[in-house]
Design a protein around this ligand. Structure first.
Ligand code: COA
Ligand code: MG
Length: 279
């Protein structure tokens, strides 16, 4: 899996049964969780389970969500490095680029996926991820659950079930911050895992806005997410005709393709679609 993962499936790392299911789920990336979904009393056992997983060739990327910086559990989680097959680390409750630098001092260049909107202060730090030198940052995602707890909200949705303004803001700042930093923007979890139409709608909205993947919490969410973040045949055809038109006429700034005006932003967008389609 060298392309950016479309689906990032969380698995509580203390459940061997769920780990086995997750490996077979078709997710592009798994996130073995040592943070919020694992009780304090089970964290040590969860680390042992991760150490015991046999390394493999191919299959989904293996990421580990460690505990937040400056906690005792965080220090213990980092002892896993070198002892378990880990592609990258997911850092929760990240507040700024300085947090990435702090983690990098301890972990070197192992890729980092930061969850960047989980505290009140984090909303003021979204541009700072751009400024980290030789950054190991590979992806940024946003979270509404911890943020609503931090802000003291009664709910993150309105009466019609739509995200209220603070969470739409967090989502947009994550997207813009990730794009500014040149890393993958990943949409947050859709918690109601039995509502497939709701998930599909949210994932397609995210793909339209520029996210290229989404967090998942249940294997049933993987298929719809992979589909929502795969360009359709029609999108690929359209992108191909734009790229070909500019290749055939390298001095052109603006062209007409299939009856539409296309210029530089359309070409960039078309190249992105082809990259995501693996072409
Ligand atoms: N990864 C792998 N397997 C999972 C899974 C996951 N994230 N979520 C559920 N499964 C398994 C279940 O164990 C169950 O297996 P079984 O048929 O062998 O019993 C099967 O899929 C169906 O699960 P279901 O009964 O629909 O859900 P559940 O009530 O067992 O679990 C949750 C619901 C929310 C507890 C579970 O989906 C979960 O643990 N999700 C991840 C939570 C997490 O990591 N949160 C942190 C990030 S926000
Ligand atoms: Mg959390």
């Amino acid at each position: 899996m060298s392309r950016q993962p479309r689906s990032w499936l969380f698995v509580p790392a203390d459940s061997e049964k769920k780990i086995a299911k997750a490996i077979e789920s078709g997710a592009d990336a798994l996130i073995f969780d040592l943070e919020d979904s694992v009780a304090g009393s089970e964290k040590a056992r969860a680390r042992e389970i991760l150490k015991g997983l046999a390394p493999r060739a191919g299959g989904p990327q293996w990421w580990v969500r460690i505990n937040p910086l400056r906690t005792e559990e965080h220090r213990l989680d980092l002892e896993l490095l070198g002892k378990a097959d880990i592609h990258g680390l997911v850092l929760p409750k990240a507040e700024s680029g300085a947090d990435i630098v702090e983690l990098q001092h301890r972990t070197g260049n192992i890729p980092v996926h930061a969850i960047v909107t989980e505290t009140a202060a984090s909303l003021f730090g979204l541009l700072s991820y751009r400024d980290v030198k030789s950054s190991p940052l590979a992806a940024m995602s946003w979270g509404a659950e911890d943020l609503s707890a931090a802000l003291g909200a009664a709910s993150k949705t309105d009466r019609k079930g739509r995200l209220t303004f603070p969470y739409q803001l967090a989502r947009t700042l994550c997207l813009a911050g990730a794009s500014a930093a040149g890393v993958q923007p990943v949409d947050g979890v859709f918690a109601d895992f039995r509502d497939e139409p709701g998930l599909i709608e949210e994932a397609l909205d995210a793909a339209r806005d520029g996210f290229t993947g989404k967090l998942a919490i249940h294997p049933a969410q993987v298929g719809p997410i992979n589909e929502a973040f795969s360009p359709t045949d029609e999108q690929v055809r359209e992108a191909r005709s734009i790229v070909d038109a500019f290749a055939a006429d390298p001095s052109a700034g603006v062209l007409s393709v299939n009856g539409r005006m296309v210029d530089k932003p359309h070409l960039i967008q078309a190249q992105r679609v082809l990259d995501r389609a693996g072409e």
